[in-house]
Write a protein of this length. Structure first.
Length: 454
């Protein structure tokens, strides 16, 4: 199994084991190195003391130095050996291989006490500048080396035991600490579309696991709300699509029941065409709403809002023949570049169409004032009608999908138009505001960021 395929507990245990091994190894290295220096320093101090004792006896009887050395009390240095010279500049010292190594005493005359190591023996050299003789003592630090070997073995065993214990302890505590995550994973796997109301348990909202569970629950809240909205949307859309289809089917069945005169057939076909137009408008609105509310990227391009508005007015002339008498259109800007916005021209056209269609549909054939102008780096479309108006209690629901107001003697809309306009405005960083008074009319202000910023 590769490293990145391991779970968090296994990877953390490996990381802790490797880290503890490196830390203990580094600590053991420093301890051992310190002990080596201490043993060398302590053994040199003993050699120096032994040389001083021998030198003091030689000074008392300089004519017989070897006799003086022989009168030294037994020392504590293992395998100590003395060498003495007064004339020769080089002394041959035996090493462990029964060969000889030469020491040039002239090179040691710069210091009173000098130390060197040949093979495994330590040498102390005392140069007496007063009496002009050199005294050499060699010894083998058997006990120091034995202590170092014992310390080295102890450090190695201690590191291995420490790493094993730390690995076991870390595995135990990681298992204990990660157990709530495993429980949350198992609980999350049981949550599906049939039980989106389930939530993860939060024991402590102040630690990271509690925060993770809270964040996951908040995500589930959003998913559940979106799922319920989608279900409701599908039900409403199915109902709205079924209504004109049912009317078309009924009209066709009625026309086929018996032979009719051409006027009756023409009337039936006109009704079918009207219902088909309503169905086509509904499907178009639904597709546009799905496009806006989807998390996909919408192609934004530089759009001339004035040209799109004029195009919408031209199309509405086929639906409202009296539009030229009741619609007042004002384009308020120094030049046409002031009307440019970054948007999708199809969506902007849909927004303008829905707003003007509502104003003309519920305006009671009274004047409708439409203004396109700039304000504070925003391009604004203001539509004012003097129609039937809206009850203030219903204003807060107007932008909900499929919400419709029952108006006597007025056709019902699809209930999608204002919801679509609001989604378009928010998708491109704009807004929509609506104020209305029952029986006095409605004012709508639709705004988008202008492409030209002051």
């Amino acid at each position: 199994m590769r490293f990145w395929q391991l779970n968090i507990r296994q990877r953390l245990t490996i990381f802790i084991s490797i880290s503890s091994f490196l830390i203990l190894l580094l600590e053991g290295f420093f301890i051992y190195n310190h002990m080596v220096k201490f043993c060398k320093k302590e053994f040199k101090s003993r050699i120096k003391q032994r040389l001083a004792e021998a030198d003091s006896l030689i000074i008392r009887d300089p004519n017989y130095p070897f006799t003086a050395i022989g009168n030294l009390p037994p020392g504590s240095l293992p395998e100590e050996k003395f060498a003495y010279t007064k004339e020769s500049n080089q002394i041959l010292l035996p090493n462990g291989d029964h060969q000889s190594s030469a020491i040039d005493t002239l090179k040691q005359k710069h210091c009173t006490y000098c130390f060197l190591r040949l093979n495994q023996r330590d040498y102390g050299i005392l140069y007496d500048s007063t009496n002009h003789h050199t005294l050499i003592l060699s010894a083998y630090d058997r006990y120091g080396q034995s202590k170092l070997r014992s310390l080295r073995h102890g450090i190695i065993v201690g590191i291995l035991i420490g790493v094993i214990l730390l690995s076991l302890v870390s595995w135990f505590w990681l298992t204990k600490f990660l157990q709530p995550i495993s429980a949350k994973i198992q609980k999350a796997r049981t949550i599906g579309t049939h039980n989106l109301n389930l939530r993860l348990e939060v024991k402590n909202s102040h630690d990271e696991l509690g925060q993770l569970a809270l964040t996951f629950n908040e995500m589930l809240d959003r998913i559940e709300a979106g799922f319920l909205f989608q279900q409701q949307f599908i039900r409403n859309a199915s109902h709205e699509i079924r209504t004109p289809l049912t009317a078309i089917t009924a009209e066709v069945d009625l026309a086929l029941q018996k032979n009719r005169n051409p006027e009756k057939y023409q009337h039936a076909l006109e009704n079918i065409r009207q219902r088909a137009g309503q169905l086509n408008e509904l499907v178009t609105q639904l597709l546009l709403l799905a496009k806006v509310e989807a998390n996909t990227t919408i192609n934004q391009q530089l759009c001339a809002a004035d040209e799109i508005l004029l195009f919408v007015v031209k199309n509405l002339q086929f639906k409202y023949v009296q539009i030229k008498e009741i619609l007042s259109l004002k384009l308020e800007a120094a030049d046409s570049t002031q009307f440019q916005v970054y948007c999708d021209h199809i969506l902007l056209q849909a927004a303008f169409y829905n707003l003007l269609d509502n104003a003309l549909k519920y305006g009671n054939n009274k004047p409708v004032v439409t203004r396109l102008f700039r304000s504070n780096n925003l391009l604004c479309l203001e539509i004012i009608d003097r129609g039937i108006g809206i009850d203030p209690k219903e204003l807060e629901h107007l932008f909900e999908p499929f919400y419709r107001i029952n108006r006597l003697n007025h056709p019902l809309g699809s209930g999608i138009g204002l919801s679509l306009v609001k989604s378009i405005a928010e998708r491109f960083g704009g807004s929509i505001q609506l104020t209305s008074q029952l029986g006095q009319g409605t004012t709508v202000l639709f705004s988008l960021p202008s492409a030209i910023q002051d």
